[in-house]
Design a protein around this ligand. Structure first.
Ligand code: IPM
Ligand code: MN
Length: 358
């Protein structure tokens, strides 16, 4: 069989993006060598620095170029000198929408050796995945202002939900729950998180689609929680979750909470996925400009993000190697904290440690 030679587009981006991506690529290289997997990378200069220099966020021609790759490995974007929204909408959300990356997959996993902020919770209790819808909700439309900056100002910020969009993300969650349950020898479960008691129209659609699809997956246990209760349950009873499926905005908020309970945003990876198409992988954290370039950022999120990318490409062994190396590194006790600046090691030293354990 001919060996794949993956083409990976690398977008280091702004702030701590470049330094954590460097460590991710370092670990990826060792893991791919060990498994005999070939790949090539091309680095793209996209982000706030470039925007300030050229006025360009993400040109359509660059988007077309990116579509020729097997995957995109993304650091972070965000710049203190750029107004909020410009880079987010112009780059990150544009990529999610244009590539129709409808799944935002965010594992919440407490690794042994990581300090958990929740009392009495162990790695057995915190191991689930949040499937965040990634193309609709309040993110999809920019909204409208009526008579802005006057006394009559009206701001309209609509949320949209389509049946097709709702169905494909919920179906993805059910399929993932079945797969994970088989792998773990546990019963499958999907938890829907919404606010159907208030957003009766939009989240009413989500509830109906969820109930319809549940019939197609009789082997999967289902439950539905309102988002306020779900936030509480993330903290009190994380062990009840296996696969959580939720809307775009709630998923955004809940996955920062998810990151916190797994030990911090420094270890939370994510994938923006369209099955079978070019997908984009990025740490949950942002560009953290205040600590950029100082070697203070934790690269584990970026490293685990590389693992998610390889799993998506069908290279489960490479992914497992990377994850195992991270787990081993955490168990050495050498990494004192996952909080930026408190690791007791530099960004590069953490990367070196993980790479040495691949
Ligand atoms: C995330 C981020 C983005 C989001 C921002 C930067 C637009 O917070 O990926 O979670 O809201 O989706
Ligand atoms: Mn977020």
């Amino acid at each position: 069989m001919e060996k794949a030679n993956y083409k990976i587009a690398v977008v280091p981006g702004d702030g701590i993006g470049p330094e954590v991506v460097r460590e991710g690529l370092k670990v990826l290289e060792v893991a791919c060598k060990a498994e005999g997997v070939d790949y090539e990378t091309a680095t793209f200069d996209i982000g706030g620095e470039r925007y300030l220099r050229t006025g360009e966020t993400l040109h359509d021609s660059v988007l077309e170029e990116l579509k020729q790759f097997d995957a995109i490995y993304f650091g972070a974007i965000g710049h203190p000198d750029v107004m909020p929204g410009v880079l987010e909408r112009g780059i990150l959300l544009k990529l999610r929408f244009a590539l129709d990356l409808f799944v935002n997959l965010r594992p919440v996993k407490l690794y042994p050796g990581v300090e958990c902020p929740l009392k009495d919770k162990t790695p057995d209790d915190i191991d689930f995945v949040v499937i965040r819808e990634n193309t609709e909700d309040v993110y999809a439309l920019e909204g409208a202002a009526f008579q802005p900056n006057t006394e009559n100002e009206v701001a309209i910020q609509p949320a949209i939900y389509t049946r097709r969009g709702t169905e494909r993300i919920i179906r993805y969650a059910f399929e993932l729950a079945s797969k994970r349950a088989l792998e773990r020898g546990k019963p499958a479960k999907v938890t829907l998180v919404d606010k159907a008691n208030v957003m009766t129209v939009g989240h009413g659609l989500w509830r109906r689609v969820f109930e319809e699809l549940a019939k197609e997956f009789p082997e999967v246990e289902t439950e539905a929680l309102y988002v306020d209760a779900a936030a509480m349950e993330f903290v009190l009873h994380p062990e009840r979750f296996q696969v959580v499926v939720t809307t775009n905005l709630f998923g955004d908020i809940l996955t920062d909470l998810g990151a916190a309970i797994q030990g911090g945003i420094g270890i939370a990876p994510s994938g923006n996925i369209h099955p079978g198409k070019v997908s984009m992988f990025e740490p949950v954290h942002g560009s953290a400009p205040s600590i950029a370039g100082k070697g203070l950022a934790c690269p584990l999120a970026a490293i685990l993000t590389a693992a998610l990318m390889m799993e998506h490409l069908g290279e489960a062994k490479v992914a497992q190697r990377i994850e195992n190396a991270v787990a081993k590194a955490l168990q050495t006790g050498k990494i004192r904290s996952l909080e930026a600046g408190k690791m007791g090691m530099s960004t590069q030293e953490v990367g070196d440690l993980v790479a040495s354990l691949v």
